[in-house]
Design a binder for this molecule. Structure first.
Ligand code: KIV
Length: 258
């Protein structure tokens, strides 16, 4: 645990950017790992980009554990983080029990959404010796209450709240904190105010690292791409192309090899 905290703190101190992406299955996790990514998150974005739910609020613990086991089989070098789904960390005791299940499934660390309001839960997890990544800013598990994915940090009150959240999760023992769609200015302020690394998603360039949903990065979920993502590939187009070629070849009586 100390090593891990130190490794990422040291990267921040050296100004070395931390890279993180999501994976939910063996081949993707293995490809990311072989490519040299620092952190692989089995995110509850699983619900949207793999399971076809509207948002992350329907994802269950069993689903997350199933996909964590699959991803874990493909990871040798990266840090594998399991994302605790909604309703699985209602109390500090419950949070520790859930975190342990992720470790049994092969994760080396866990993440949950929340700041000051979840400091006791985070403290309980880190006191149990479980490495913890925090997540503040826009919290997708609250998207229904909030009525959408809204940028955070635009008002002074919101900015103060975010700084308090960041300090609280650092005090509670988190080794890093995800900032989700926080304004670039406030992300920069938070990054300067704490010693653990900030990992941004849609939060500007000043964070200590960046995380994305892999499906967004590689264009594998073409029906929705967040505004802040510039895809590096168009995998959905490649799949459609291959499938159409197969259909055409089969209907015209051709065979693939063999
Ligand atoms: O669920 C997820 O993929 C996440 C990242 C977007 C940070 O929480």
């Amino acid at each position: 645990m100390t090593d891990l905290v130190e490794k990422f703190r040291a990267m921040k101190a050296r100004g070395e950017k931390i890279t993180a992406l999501t994976a939910y299955d063996y081949p993707t996790a293995r490809l990311l790992d072989e490519s040299g990514i620092d952190i692989i998150l089995v995110g509850d974005s699983l619900g949207m980009v793999v399971l076809g739910y509207k948002d992350t609020t329907e994802v269950t613990l069993d689903e997350m554990l199933h996909h964590t086991r699959a991803a874990a089989r493909g990871v040798k070098n990266a840090l594998l983080v399991g994302d605790m789904p909604i309703h699985t960390f209602e109390t500090p005791e419950n949070a520790v029990a859930t975190a342990r299940k992720f470790l049994e499934a092969g994760a080396q660390a866990v993440k949950l959404e929340g700041g000051v309001d979840h400091a006791p839960h985070i403290e309980a997890i880190t006191a149990a010796g479980i490495p913890f990544m925090a997540h503040i800013g826009m919290l997708p598990q609250r998207v229904r209450e909030e009525g959408g994915y809204k940028v955070k940090g635009r008002t002074a009150a919101e900015a103060d709240g975010l700084l308090e959240d960041a300090r609280a999760v650092e005090r509670a023992g988190a080794f890093s904190v995800v900032l989700e769609i926080v304004t670039a200015k406030i992300s920069e302020q938070i990054t300067k105010a704490i010693t653990i690394p900030t990992i941004g998603i849609g939060s500007g360039e000043h964070c200590d690292g960046q995380i994305l949903v892999t499906h967004d990065l590689i264009g594998l979920f073409p029906w929705f791409t967040p505004k802040f993502v510039s895809p590096e590939a168009r995998v959905a187009d490649e799949i459609r192309k291959a499938v159409r070629a197969f259909i055409e070849r089969t209907r015209s009586g051709g065979l693939s090899k063999g």
